[in-house]
Design a protein around this ligand. Sequence first.
Ligand code: ACM
Length: 263
Amino acid sequence: MKTGFVQFAPVFGEVRKNLAAIERLVSSTRADLLVLPELCTTGYCFASKAEARGLAEPSGGLSLRFLKRLSREQEVSLVAGFAEREGSRVYNSAALITPEGQVGIYRKSHLFWNEKKWFSPGDTGFRVFRMGSVNIGMMICFDWIFPEAARTLALRGAQIICHPSNLVLPHCPASMPVRALENRVFTVTANRTGRERRGGQDLRFIGRSLICGPDRRVLASAGGKEECIKVVEVDPARALDKGMTPRNDLFRDRRPGFYNVPS
Ligand code: ACM
């Protein structure tokens, strides 16, 4: 299964321009599954909740309709981060879109820094979606630092964890191989590049998108500044085997009774 990430620098507030960039990039390659960054249609540094709300769209809005068409025409499943409006709430969400028109939504559980001013915490929990014969999970950026996120997805059967990101701290790229290893899954972190200076913030996004295998190997990675797409062939069936040694299965060996800490 040809699986990859798209790394680029969305322009704040320029939804149509960002969708055009996504179309240009996605159309330039052949893949079965491509992961795009967090908030890739709007950019990241909102000046206020009202601004986030103004740029957010319902899951049936222009951006997801555009991505559905692109997915169908290019015959590629897409995972893309977007600002989602539902009723009075705005979520930092990701959509899994398949060429057959299936749409699955995940809403970010662990909001980072000023995101707490702009978004409501996600209410979906960590869902796993069936895509053909493969189970796909999604988490968004800062969710990575809570190992429970990837663990929950893996225990629910995810074979590939798609991870749209807007990373600004340096820690994630070195940590994702461990998330992949400890859960014996594939991970695809699609981070953005560039800088946003607005709303009293000045953020540089670190790029360095990467794909990791269940054996901790980095299968593809990007530099800190480049716009690129990287695609590798993965065998999702490898993520069904949780064995480490002939006597160790990472899921069967768990001791959940000892993990019950007060919440
Ligand atoms: C982040 O969660 N966007 C760092």
